[in-house]
Ligand binder design. Structure first.
Ligand code: SAM
Length: 241
């Protein structure tokens, strides 16, 4: 009943071949998303093929830059402002061995994710309800992750303050962007350096078989984040560094 041919082809483009069980998890994820979206605002994208492309394939596009890194074991990832689980949940389905933390400041989204984790039988997933600014000060999260990902949460200067404190020295932070961000990146340069990061690269591309433009902006953590960052919840967005 669900046509997965295009999805399979898109993922093959990324070098991903799903098992039957992984395909079933993606379908089940779509079904829970549709069901809960009926009574809770989770996504404006609802049509099956659109969800496959704009949520699942998009989330997995990181494989084109960090495919090898994601195969490491042990490997830890945090998704800041994960919402309905993007990009974190698709990454977890394809790389079941990674330890992943999904963080969001909205409790109802965490409730939804509890259901997803249970229904898809995902292991080693930590769901955290809180503001990134607060959670980043907790010892068990600060500078504990090999990779931090975030999509559609804030502009880069703000996002760097929310995300870089979670990353270990030597680890990476990847921001999923849907446009060219030359000016935004320029504005964020100061913040990135202040927070112990260094511009590492960016990959501009179109999602397979589409005209949907994407940019994966990559920052490497090269030093520690000074203790005073992140500032109090709300300050990063009001007064970007
Ligand atoms: N990443 C998902 C995606 O791409 O579909 C959700 C994007 S949604 C536009 C932004 C999400 O970030 C919301 O779920 C919101 O609750 C969360 N968020 C915004 N600011 C946050 C913060 N300071 N700490 C934690 N979560 C935050």
């Amino acid at each position: 009943m669900y046509d997965l041919d295009g999805f399979r082809e898109d993922l093959r483009n990324f070098g991903i071949e799903l098992t039957r069980q992984q395909e079933e998890k993606f379908i089940r994820y779509y079904e829970i998303l549709s069901e809960w979206n009926g009574f809770m605002n989770l996504t404006a994208i609802t049509e099956f093929q659109d969800v496959l492309k704009k949520h699942f394939v998009d989330s997995l596009s990181i494989v084109t830059v960090y495919g090898e890194l994601l195969k490491r074991n042990p490997f830890s990832v945090i998704d800041i402002g994960t919402g309905a689980g993007f990009p974190g949940v698709p990454i977890k389905i394809v790389f079941p061995h990674i330890r992943i933390t999904l963080l969001d400041s909205l409790q109802k989204r965490i409730r939804f994710l509890e259901e997803v984790v249970k229904e898809l039988d995902l292991q080693e997933v930590q769901l955290v309800h809180g503001r990134a600014e607060d959670v980043a000060r907790e010892e068990n999260h600060r500078e504990k992750y090999d990779l931090c990902v975030s999509r559609a949460v804030a502009e880069l200067s703000v996002l760097s303050e929310l995300c870089l404190p979670f990353v270990k020295e030597g680890g990476f932070f990847v921001s999923y962007k849907s446009e060219k961000i030359t000016e935004e990146a320029g504005r964020a340069q100061h913040a990135i350096e202040l927070l112990g990061g260094k511009f590492y690269g960016q990959k501009e591309f179109y999602l397979p078989r589409s005209d949907i433009f994407r940019n994966l902006f990559q920052i490497r953590k090269t030093g520690k984040t000074p203790k005073r960052y992140p500032r109090k919840a709300g300050v990063p967005s009001k007064q970007p560094l």
